[in-house]
Design a protein around this ligand. Sequence first.
Ligand code: SIN
Length: 286
Amino acid sequence: MAYRTIEAQPIAGALGAEISGVDLTRPLSNAETADVRQALRDHKVIFFRDQELTPEDHLRASGVFGTIFRVPFVQSRDGYPDIIDIVKEPADAGKFNFGGAWHTDASFEEAPPLGSALYALETPPYGGDTLWTNMEAAYAALSDGMRAMLAGLRAVHSAQRYYGVGGHFNSDDKKSVSMTINPSEAGDERVVHPVVRTHPETGAKSLYVNPVYTICFEDMTEEESAPLLGFLFEHAIRPEFQCRFNWTPRTLAVWDNRATMHFAINDYDGHRRHMNRVTIAGDKPR
Ligand code: SIN
C-alpha cells in the first residue's frame, strides 16, 4: 500500500508492519495522521521503532487513533491515570506474566477498546516477544457452513477468570512483585457480543471470541460451549494468521483490538521487561 508520508514494511504475511518516516515526539500533520490510521487499517498492528517518547508523547500519539480508554483493575502509572505500567521483574520468575494468554483487550466491556498502544521502556536480553493473530483471516478461512452457523451466535464475555473475585490475579502465587492488580466483584460482570463482528471502518468481518474473556455462547452452558469455542480458539491461532514481534527499547506498537488477539510470551525469567500501555476507546461490537 502506498502512503504519502510514511513507509510500511510488512513483518509477516497475515498482519503487522514496521512504519518509518514519522516522528512521534511531535504532533502529526493531517496527512501523517491519515497515513498512520490507514496503516493500522491495512496491517492491524504497526510498529514504530526508535521513538524516544515521554508519557505525554505516548498519550498524544495514542490519541491519533481515538479517545483514551481508562483501564479497570490494573493500577496506572504514578501521575498518569491513562497509562498502565506493565512490568515483569526478575523476582516474578515462574509466577507472573501480564498478557500471557491469547486475548483481545477488555472484551468484557460493553464497548471494548478500539486498540492499544504499547511502548517498550526496557526489554530483556532475549525473549519477551509479543504475538498477534489476525481474526479477519481466521474468519475468512472458515467453511461457508461454519460461517453461516456463527452468523447468529452471540457470546458472553467477562473478566471473571482474571479480575473476578475468584480470578487468576486474586491468587497469592500469581501476584506481581511490582504491578498492582485489583480484582473485584466488578470483574465478575458479564456482557454479550456477537461471535462475528463487523469492523466499523472497513466493513470486514472477524471472529470476536478469545480464551481469556469469552465464557460461553449466549443461552448455553460453559460445557455445551466448550467444544466449538475450543475449536475457534485453536483455529484462530494457526501460525499462518500470526506475526511475532521482537521488541527493542523505544518501540511503540499500536494494534487494532477489533480484528486481532495478542499474547505476551513469557520466556525471559530472571530478566526485567517494562512496558507502558495506553488503551484507545472503541464502540459496541456489531
Ligand atoms: C498486553 O496484553 O497488553 C501486554 C502485551 C505485552 O506486554 O506484550
